[in-house]
Each structure stands twice: as C-alpha cells, then as structure tokens.
Design a protein around this ligand. Structure first.
Ligand code: ADP
Length: 814
C-alpha cells in the first residue's frame, strides 16, 4: 500500500479542506458582508431621497398655500368691488404683488370674451396647456361651489419652454357674469426658491396627475428608472394632483456608492485567510460607518434648510405627523402662545387641548372636511395663551396623502389675528350703531364707493327719493342727480380723488336731487368721506327741503302781498290828505274872511262858531301835513351820505330857533361820532322832533335842558337824548310811538300825536330802533339806534337813484 498516497491524500485533504473551508467560508462571509453593505447603502440613499422629497414638498405646499391665499384675497377684492375696480387699480395691486415673487409669472383676469387684464403687461405668453386637462372648465367654474376659491389647474407651457402651474379663482362680478382670476406659477422658479442655490446632490421634479408625468423641475430630469426615486404629494386640488419627485444625482450616488462590490469579490477570492477576510471586513464596516455618517449629515442639512424657511416666514408654521401624532410648532407659533421658542411639544394633543372649548368642534369639523372632501382648511378659533387669556388665531393647512390616499401629515401656517378681530368687532359694533341711527333717520343716508356705486341706503331714501333702499343698492348715485349735473358729479368725485379739493366733500350745500317720478327735490346735502384701508367710502346725507322751501316761498309771497297793500294804503293816505288840503284851505280862508270883513254883522255866538271853524280847519291842516309826512317816511331812505352828526343836530336847532329863543332851552352834545353814514336829512328830522318835544314837555317855569350823547352799538351808534321835563308813566313809553297817540289834551300842549310815529317809521326804515324810558315828573330818555349804512361799492357817497324826492322835510311840524 502506498503509504504516501493516503498520507498525501489525507494531508492534502487536511490542508486543502481547511483551506477550502476557509476559502468557502471566506467567500461566503465576504459575499454576505458585501451584500449587506450594499443593502445598507441602498436603504440609506433611498431614505435620504425620501427626506429630500418630503421636505421640499412641505416647503412647496406652504408656499403655494400662502400665495394661494394672497391670490384669493385679490380675487375677493375684485368680487367685492362688483367688477367696478378700475383696471389701473388692479394693475397696481397685481404689480406690487408680483414684484417680490419671482416664481409667480403672471396674473390675469378673463371672462367668456377672453383674457382682459394681464399683469405684467405683455407678460409671458402661454404657448398652450400641456397637461392635466382635468383642470376646471368654464362651466364648472360657474357652479357656486367653485366660486370664491382657488383651484389648481392644468400645466401651462410658456413660450420659452418652461412649465407652469395655472391656478384659477372664479368669482361673480356685480353684473352676474363669472370672471376668473388666473395665476401662473413658474414651477422651476418655485423649486429654485425652495431649495439651496447650489445643490448638486439631488434632482427634483414636479408632476401633475392624472395625465401622466409632465416634468417641470430643477433643470435636470429625474431619472424615472433610478431605484432611489422618491415622491411626496404637494397639493391636491380639483382633479389635479401635484407630486414632488426627487432622486440623487449620478455623481452623488456614485460618491455614496463606490464600486466596492468587485473589490470585495476579488479580495474574497484572493484572500483565503479568515484573518485577512475579517480584517478586510472590518475595514469595510468602518467605511460603511463613515458613509452613513455622511448620509445623516446631509439629511440634517436638509432639515436645517426647512427650518430656515419656516423661521423666515412671518407667520407661525405647524406640521402634524398624523400617523405618529407628532406635532412641529415653529418658534413664531410658540411666541404667539407666550411660550419660549424652544418649548418641547409632546404630541398633537398640545394643539387640540389649547383650543377654546367652544371652538373645538368647529376645528375638528374643518380638519375632517379637509380630509374627506378636500375643503380648504382655514378656520378661525381661539387658543389659550400661557398667561391664561385666549388669542384669536387664523390657521391654514394642507394635508399630504400617501399613494393610497391615506393622510400622512398635514402642515400649514397659523397667525395671531386678535388685533384684526378686535378692530373688526369694533368696526362691526360702530357699524351696527350707525345702522341703527341711519335706519331711523328722517334724512336719506347713502354710502357709495369711489365710483359712485351705492352700497347702502336707509329707509328714509324711499320717502325722499321714491326708491326703495334695495332698488338703490348697486346703482350709480347719478340716478339721484338732475340730468344736467350727472356729468359734473362724476367729475367732482374724480377730481376730488385726484386732488383732494372739493366743493362737496366735507361741506353742506343746498342742491337739487331727482325724485323717482322725475320732479326736482331741493335737498341739503352733506357728504363726508371715510377711508377703510385703500377703499374710500362716501357717506351722503340728504335732507328734504321741500317743506321748508314751500314755507319760505309762502312767507315771501305773504310779505310781498303785505308790502303791496301797505304801499297802496300809503299812496291812498297821501293822495287823500293831499286832496283834502284844498277844500280845507277854502274853509279856513273863508272863515278868516268872515271874521275879518263881516265881524260887525255877526253876533257873539256866530263869531265864536266861525272862530272854532277856523281853528279846526287849522288843526286839520296840521294833521293832514303830518299824515303826508308819515306816509312818505317809508319811502326809500333816499340819499345816503357820510356826514358829521353834530352838523345835522345843529341844523335841527336852527330849524327850531324860535322855540329855543322863547324857552331859553339849552342843548348839549357829548361823545358824538365823528361821522355817520346814513340819510342826513332824516337823521336831522328825527332829532328835530325829539328836541321839539323836550322843549314842549318841559316842566312849567323851568328852562328845558337837553343832552344828546352817543356810544358805539351793534353795527352803528346808540344816540341818547335826555331831558328834565315832565316825563310820563313808564307804561306809556311804548304807546307814544303810535300814530295820533297823545297823553295830553290839545288845549294844554299843542300837537297832532304824529311826531314820534314819524320818528319810528324813519328809524325803522333805516334798519334801526327807537324807544323811550321815563318816569312821571323825572324827565325822559329817548334812545335811537342808528346803524351805519353799508358802503356802496359802485357809488360810495353818491345819490341813490330811488326816492330822492325828499318831500318829508316840507310842511312838517312837530
Ligand atoms: P305830539 O307831541 O304832537 O303830541 P308826539 O308823537 O311827538 O306828538 O308825542 C306823543 C306824546 O308823547 C306827546 O303827546 C307827549 O304826551 C309824549 N311826549 C313826547 N315827548 C315827550 C317828552 N320829551 N316828555 C314828556 N312827554 C313826551
């Protein structure tokens, strides 16, 4: 037997077997290790890709939400203005809004006649709609459920080849037409703004379903074949779902995934030593750990980026992980509730527990409606602040669904609207008060916008203008203005808005309005302006002056009739007195003649009778003269001049020279004005009468002492004439100014009783007043207020044309 053979064979087996075992075990271990290492890297890359997709999707949906709300607000403004917003105003609004959002390419308003207003003007032309034909059609938009909400629509392709998302905001304008505000989002720009400027690690893209992927992304297409591709839903609206896809770039994948497999196999096959294999495996394990650390670092960067965006937003941001009930609550949102920015939120119950009990059902309903029906989530509710009180919050949110349509997470914004709400409540309160006042007001109260469209009208409008309030609302205020003023009215408003100058706003004016039946109504119109933000509201109060005007007209007609009758009466008394003078003179003359020539033929009785006849004729003559003077005293004041009062009083004294001489009377004048503007002849005549009376009614045996003084009074001077005569009982002080009123028999004091009546008529006609104060036996004071006549700008100091016949001064005797 060949000993060597079994030895050799045994030895070889003993050597080879372990060797083989070592090699087989080495290869197996190497293979498993290499496979595991591949798996771990593979999973890490996929996880990271998913994280990148999730984070970018969250940022995008927040942005879309915020921009969407802003577009909604613009749409709501358009709708509220009944479509009456001027195009320029809309352009200014839209322009300001577009300026800081590079991803919003254009806004435009369209109706069935086509596109009307585009901003920026001549903005990016849309080459066509390339996807998601499930976007809402025009007839869909007219459905009331669609109106007043923003809907994501088709993918638009711009002429420059880039892709955009169209969003529609349908609204009904004042005329009942449905118009649509369209916003064009540039997807690439939006993605750029949501990601770091130099991100070479990932490709991202958005797709719109259901019409298959229409990639519009980071400039590099996401390789649909890559096994690292991850997606996350961004927004679902109407029938269009937008999904974000991300995949590592080739260079990043290579960096993360060096071609280690071949090396492992080469080494595994080449190395038969378990130690070497183990050493190699140890080496591999170390490298793998380094790679994983890399992955974590990059993921952290992604989270940080998300946090930075969140912190950069003015409002608070929240993020609810629905499956594990976690809640992210941003520093701004913490601050809103009085919590430190780093406060740790345990889970989502933090949010629900802090909601005011009364508001909790509404918030839960809003969440459910959003999950189940896709209703927009935008509730207002109260949340408990750390210090115990409640703050009013407005939240928005968007749920992210997984591939099966199950809610995965929901994120959104939250802001403190306590102040706005308080302001709104105060506004509502004052509006309610105002409404209560205007509802019961007697005057018509209307509010209009800057275009003159009536927004509110109170019930009194029907009484004043004949229109029911609901007929007026929506019409232009022009329907209440006379045709000839309509154009002017538009001009006034426009002019006022441009320059701030107005003859109407802030003033009360008497104008004419038009009643429903067409007749003109005199109204007192007061217009005030109220500014609410950019809106200008005009409040017009119209008081119906018809009754007042009718009363005024009646009074004027009455006065005119009275004046006419007076004038007739005066003409009559003048003519009568004048005509009576002639026969009277005859009676007087013939009585005198009888007495002179035929006295001898008359017996004593006859002579006395003729004497009485002659005396009566004389008295009658004086009465008629005074009557004529009285009837002429109301004639126009005649010549108005500026004269020196002392001179005119001196003239009166000269006219009364005989009386002065016979009585020895004295006249003193003090503080008289240097000049006075009125009719000098009548001024002199009044004082002549008064002075004559003071001499006549002096106490028996006493020398009359008269003083005339003056002081400034109202619009002229108050003259006071005082004497130390017999005076009279105070109750007579007013009666003595009546025609023919006398306190003594003619036998004691001569006179007709017309002197003071003539004085009062003259003074009243000059716009002044005359009155007396006296005590029996204590002397009298006569007051004459004489206003300065206004300067005649055309003919100062020259003759007035009317009534220059100054016959008053003729034939008069006090
Ligand atoms: P006449 O003097 O012609 O009677 P007047 O109209 O001038 O008429 O005066 C009316 C009356 O007023 C007089 O009759 C007289 O009784 C009273 N009277 C007027 N002036 C004075 C006076 N200065 N002192 C007292 N009584 C006067």
């Amino acid at each position: 037997m060949d000993l060597a053979a079994p030895f050799d064979a045994r030895t070889r087996l003993g050597l080879v077997l372990p060797m083989l075992v070592v090699v087989v075990v080495g290869i197996a271990v190497t293979a498993v290790t290499a496979g595991r290492s591949q798996d771990v890297r593979h999973q890490a890359l996929q996880r990271f890709s998913q994280a990148e997709a999730n984070n970018t999707a969250r940022i995008l949906s927040l942005r879309l939400q915020q921009d969407g709300h802003a577009v909604e607000r613009m749409g709501a403004r358009l709708a509220v203005r009944n479509g009456a917003m001027p195009e320029s105003e809309w352009r200014a609004d839209a322009g300001a809004y577009l300026s800081d959002k590079p991803w919003l390419r254009a806004l435009y308003v369209a109706d069935e006649t086509g596109v009307q207003w585009v901003e920026p003007e001549g903005g990016p032309a849309v080459a066509g709609l390339v996807g998601a034909p499930g976007g809402p059609g025009r007839s869909d938009m007219s459905q009331s459920g669609m109106l007043g909400r923003l809907h994501a629509g088709a993918v638009a392709r711009f002429e420059d080849g880039s892709d955009g998302m169209m969003a529609y905001y349908p609204f009904a304008d004042g005329t009942g037409r449905v118009r649509v505000l369209v916003a064009l989002f540039d997807i690439a720009a939006m993605l750029r703004a949501s990601r770091p400027a130099r991100d070479e690690d990932f490709d991202v893209a958005l797709t719109a379903s259901p019409d298959g992927p229409r990639l519009a992304g980071s400039g590099r297409a996401v390789d649909p074949g890559t096994s690292y591709r991850a997606s996350a839903p961004v927004a679902t609206s109407y029938e269009v779902g937008w999904t974000l896809h991300s995949a590592p770039t080739v260079s990043f994948a290579r960096r993360m995934h060096p071609r280690t497999g071949l090396g492992v196999w080469m080494s595994g096959i080449g190395l038969t030593l378990l130690g070497a294999s183990l050493a190699f495996m140890a080496q591999l394990a170390r490298r793998q750990a380094v790679r994983l650390a890399d992955v974590d670092a990059v993921r952290r960067t992604s989270e940080q980026r998300y946090n930075l965006v969140v912190r950069g937003m003015a409002v608070g941001v929240w993020d609810w992980g629905i499956r594990d009930n976690t809640l992210g609550w941003s520093p701004n949102a913490m601050r809103m509730l009085g919590l430190p920015p780093d406060y740790k939120v345990a889970d989502a119950s933090f949010f629900f527990d802090r909601i005011h009990p009364d508001d909790q059902p509404a918030v839960r309903e809003a969440v459910e409606a959003h999950f189940e029906m896709g209703e927009p989530y935008a509730p207002n509710f109260r949340m408990r602040h750390e210090s115990g009180h409640f703050v009013w919050c407005h939240a928005t949110g968007q749920v992210l669904l997984d591939e099966t349509g199950e809610p995965v997470r929901m994120a959104g914004s939250i802001e403190d609207i306590t102040e706005e709400r308080a302001a709104e409540e105060a506004r509502n309160r004052s509006e309610r008060r105002l409404r209560a006042v205007t509802q019961s007001a007697v005057d018509a109260v209307l509010t209009t916008n800057a275009q003159g469209i009536i927004e509110e009208a109170n019930p009194a409008c029907e009484r004043v203008f004949g229109y029911r309030p609901d007929e007026l609302v929506g019409s232009n205020i022009r329907i209440l203005t006379p045709t000839e003023h309509r154009r002017k009215h538009d001009y006034y408003i426009k002019h006022y808005i441009e320059t701030g100058d107005s003859d109407i706003v802030g003033k009360v004016r008497e104008v004419y309005g038009v009643h429903r039946d067409g007749h003109a109504i005199p109204i007192e119109l007061a217009v005030t302006e109220y500014k609410a933000g950019d809106d200008r509201i005009f409040i017009a109060t119209a008081r119906d002056l018809s009754a007042r005007k009718a009363g005024e007209a009646e009074r004027e007609a009455f006065i005119a009739r009275l004046e006419q009758t007076n004038a007739e009466l005066e003409r009559f008394s003048f003519a009568a007195s004048h005509d009576l003078r002639e026969p009277l003179r005859m009676i007087g003359n013939f009585s005198q003649m009888l007495l002179r020539k035929h006295a001898g033929q008359l017996d004593e009785d006859a002579r006395k009778a003729v004497e009485i006849c002659a005396g009566s004729a004389q008295r009658m003559q004086a009465l008629l003269d005074d009557l004529i003077s009285f009837s002429r005293a109301s004639d126009d004041l005649g010549q108005i001049e500026t004269f020196i009062p002392v001179d005119m009083i001196e003239l009166a004294r000269q006219n009364l020279a005989e009386d002065f001489e016979s009585s020895g009377a004295s006249l003193e004048t003090v503080h008289l004005p240097a000049k006075l503007r009125t009719n000098p002849t009548r001024f002199s005549r009044v004082f002549q009468n008064l002075i004559a009376n003071s001499i006549k009614y002096a106490k028996d045996g006493e020398t009359p002492k008269i003083q005339i003084s003056a002081a400034p009074y109202e619009q002229g001077w108050l003259f006071t004439l005082s004497d130390k005569g017999i005076g009279m009982r105070p109750e007579y002080c007013e009666q003595i100014f009546e025609p023919f009123k006398r306190l003594h028999p003619a036998s004691k004091y001569s006179g007709t009783g017309m002197g003071l009546a003539i004085c009062r008529k003259i003074v009243n006609n000059a716009g002044g007043r005359i009155w007396a104060e006296s005590e029996l036996g204590e002397g009298s004071r006569f007051y004459v207020y004489w206003p300065e006549a206004p300067q005649d700008p055309d003919a100062a100091g020259t003759a007035h044309t009317a009534g220059t016949d100054d016959s008053v001064s003729e034939g008069e005797n006090a």
